[in-house]
Ligand binder design. Structure first.
Ligand code: UT7
Length: 340
């Protein structure tokens, strides 16, 4: 089996900074509440850039960082829950704009765990020998699916994109191990409805949907296409998911907690990371945190953080880094990386 590595990273954040004070003019909230409950001070919000536009910027940065040309890319995977279109995929739009004419392209939806799912998917294509170079992008314009009147959600999220180039090349950051999990039974904790069922044959007031008892005829709430969340339950899931995924990788590989130099968690809430750190017995200063500046950028967050960690020059050769994500689905997952 081929060794797979990350040979380039990139990110894009919209220029427009929205502070907590800015939000307190929109909804009944305060800088104090947002900072103490989440750790977020500000976020970037698109003033016109689309998801594919941001994906393209992050992808271009990652390609440049990897020293590759668009022609070298065999596959583009875009992880997003906020694509420009249902069809075409965000990945096809990126392919067109980059001029990556040799690439296959598709989107992947695993919410905030999208970057982890994307990296693991890319790893399989490379390991199998089907592809050499894969561009994985996590990109979101969450600002378009936020209810800007709901203070319990609109203060948490931001827009942005992160990208990695993965390759069979024996340089870069090696991917040593991975873990993916899903728990569809908890899907209601975090939702954003798609287009509601609408056709000339609909039976009035009736809509076939899934609930905890399986298929039923219960009426689904009208799809507002906005994010709805059970914050406290997501919080509990998130802490457990971070700890469980780290422990699973430790068990799979035989490394010890002391061997881990950095952990890049999905950037949702400082308190989630703090509780996970205590529960896992891993010091908080090993956790890379940038959510104070960007808020929760869903599928983009881990790619952005990985690019910032790489740019900081802090990791040394041989350092082991765990990226761990959790999100809607519910989904979670982690990868163990080794710096080269
Ligand atoms: O990628 C995964 C995405 N989701 C997450 O990571 C979310 C995970 N959950 C969380 O981060 C936290 O549950 C929140 C930050 C969403 C909420 O924090 P909390 O400590 O669980 O607060 P809460 O929901 O228990 O609300 C406490 C109070 C409530 O008021 P009452 O009922 O006690 O009077 C809320 O109405 O805070 C109120 N509140 C706010 N107040 C000011 C909720 N949002 C706000 C707000 N500003 N933005």
């Amino acid at each position: 089996m081929k060794q797979v590595g990350i040979i380039g990273t990139g990110r894009y954040l919209p220029e427009h900074v929205v502070s907590n004070d800015d939000l307190s003019r929109l909804v009944d909230t305060s800088d104090e509440w947002i900072r103490t409950r989440t750790g977020i001070s500000q976020r970037r919000i698109s003033t016109g850039m689309t998801t594919s536009g941001m994906a393209c910027e992050a992808g271009t940065a990652a390609l440049t960082n990897a020293g590759l040309e668009p022609d070298d890319i065999d596959l583009i995977i875009c992880a997003t829950i906020t694509p420009d279109y249902f069809m075409p995929s965000c990945a096809c739009l990126v392919q067109e704009r980059l001029g990556a004419k040799n690439a296959a392209a598709f989107d992947l939806a695993a919410a905030c765990t999208g970057m982890i799912y994307g990296m693991v998917t890319a790893e399989q294509f490379i390991k199998s020998g089907m592809y050499e170079n894969v561009l994985v992008i996590g990109a979101e314009t969450l600002s378009k699916v936020l209810d800007w009147k709901d203070r319990s959600t609109c203060v948490l999220f931001g827009d942005g994109a992160g990208a990695v180039v993965m390759s069979a090349a024996k340089k870069g950051i090696n991917l040593l191990a991975a873990n993916l999990e899903s728990d569809g039974s908890k899907y209601r904790l975090l939702t954003c409805p798609a287009v509601t069922l609408d056709n000339p044959f609909l039976l009035e007031q009736e809509c076939i949907c899934y609930d905890e008892n399986g298929m039923s005829n219960a009426a689904e709430p009208a799809g507002t296409q906005k994010i709805v969340m059970n914050g406290q339950e997501v919080f509990k899931y998130a802490v457990r998911a971070i700890v469980d995924n780290i422990n699973t990788l430790i068990k799979k590989t035989g490394i010890s907690k002391d061997d881990i130099a950095y952990i890049i968690p999905h950037q949702a809430n400082y308190r989630i990371i703090d509780q996970a750190s205590r529960s896992a017995g891993i010091p908080i200063d090993k956790f890379f945190i940038n959510l104070d500046r960007y808020g929760n950028t869903s599928a983009a967050s881990i790619g952005i953080a990985l690019d910032e960690l790489a740019e900081s020059g802090r990791p040394r050769r041989g350092d082991k880094v765990i990226c761990v994500g959790f999100g809607g689905g519910m989904t979670s997952g982690a990868v163990l990386l080794e710096w080269n």
